[in-house]
Design a protein around this ligand. Structure first.
Ligand code: IPM
Ligand code: MN
Length: 361
């Protein structure tokens, strides 16, 4: 029987409480689908930082390398200055473990209130493959004449061909395996590049050339589209049904996936994976730590449950992942009054119990 070693990092705010529910569902899935999970808790986060000054130490990264995957709750603490925990924990894990893909499904579940008029779950069902190591996130840049009226700040978008190629390869493969044709809901598998070739004439020129070269050489069966990022935002609201798999750089990917999350019903449901296809990946609900709800038992754990399902899928437990997603659909479609904190009609742990029970059935 397969045994997976999972590092569980609940993190800050409501992170730990939603993670507990995700683990509850994971245990139910393990029993049902015949695998084992060996969990280890880690307390990296704001509280530990305030106690010890430590974010994610190098030895923590080394420990993470021993695991099959990492399940993360949320990072972000109101008493810690912005940037410290994000850079020190989240981005450090992404960079050090070379989790070069940030996979973010944008999927409207049944029963979920969609802010886009007239759109149904059939219309909002696509995936953003966000490159996760480069762009403005490399921190290349600096100040000159800081604090003077002539101050200059520079922060560069940085990409090399290797980073672009490996992200594109993942995206093409993903489109081949999980695109609309592969899922039986469309005629073609389509990969859309999201860029800004009209202004970022270096960075997205590189992306576009690499995209077309790889498509012509290896993925002739996949239809290719190109969208400027601003137009993408427009179509994400107006015609999300056009999209299948999208691929883009780190910064645009960060922005458009928050827009995507809103169109799928908000932060209570959106999940993402920081994936190193050859290494240790990390899965997280993308909603943040929601500190004001901490400990109240009112926050929705479904995003964390969906992140955990993505983790199982990535580990090769596809049946378990599919079952969990189907159960989440039943829960949103027939049980919860709303996804919003305090308005679900159930507590956080009641939702976890309900999902775990339905997975076990
Ligand atoms: C995300 C977050 C992070 C990012 C922050 C917290 C550093 O917004 O996962 O999208 O910008 O990548
Ligand atoms: Mn973001």
């Amino acid at each position: 029987m397969a045994t997976y070693k999972i590092a569980v990092m609940g993190g800050d705010g409501t992170g730990p409480e939603v993670t507990v529910e995700a683990v509850k569902v994971m245990d139910a899935a393990a029993a049902k689908f015949g695998f084992k999970v060996d969990k280890t808790d880690f307390d990296f986060g704001g509280e530990r930082y305030m106690r010890t000054g430590e974010t994610l130490p190098d030895c923590g990264v080394e420990e993470f390398r021993q695991f099959d995957s990492i399940l993360l709750g949320a990072i972000g603490h109101p008493d810690v200055a912005p940037g410290i925990l994000e850079k020190g924990i989240l981005l450090k894990a992404r960079f050090e473990l070379d989790q070069y893909i940030n996979l973010r499904p944008v999927k409207l579940f049944p029963g979920v209130d969609c802010p886009l008029k007239g759109k149904t779950p059939e219309d909002i069902d696509y995936v953003v493959v966000r490159e996760n190591t480069g762009d403005a996130y490399t921190g290349t840049g600096g100040f000159t004449l800081k604090g003077t009226p002539n101050e200059v700040a520079v922060q560069s978008s940085v990409y090399n061909r290797f980073q672009v190629d490996r992200a594109l390869k993942y995206a093409f493969e993903y489109a081949q395996k999980h695109g609309k044709k592969a899922r039986g809901v469309g005629k073609e598998n389509t990969l859309g590049l999201v860029g800004k070739t009209n202004v970022l004439t270096f960075i997205y020129d590189l992306w576009e050339r690499a995209f077309n070269e790889m498509g012509d050489a290896e993925y002739k069966d996949i239809r290719r589209d190109y969208y400027h990022v601003d137009a993408t935002c427009m179509w994400m609201v107006k015609s999300p049904e056009w999209f299948d798999v999208l691929v883009t750089g780190n910064m645009f990917g960060d922005i458009i996936t928050d827009l995507g999350a809103m169109t799928q019903g908000g932060m209570g449901i959106a999940a993402g994976g920081n994936i190193n296809p050859e290494g240790v990946s990390m899965f997280e609900p993308i909603g943040g730590s929601a500190p004001k709800y901490t400990g109240k038992g009112v926050i929705n754990p479904l995003a964390a449950v969906c992140a955990m399902a993505m983790m199982l899928d990535n580990l090769g437990e596809e049946k378990a992942a599919k079952k969990i997603e189907d159960v989440v659909k039943v829960v949103t479609g027939t049980k919860l009054k709303s996804l919003a904190a305090g308005q679900m009609g159930y507590s956080t742990s009641e939702v976890g119990d309900m999902v775990a029970q339905l997975v076990a059935d």
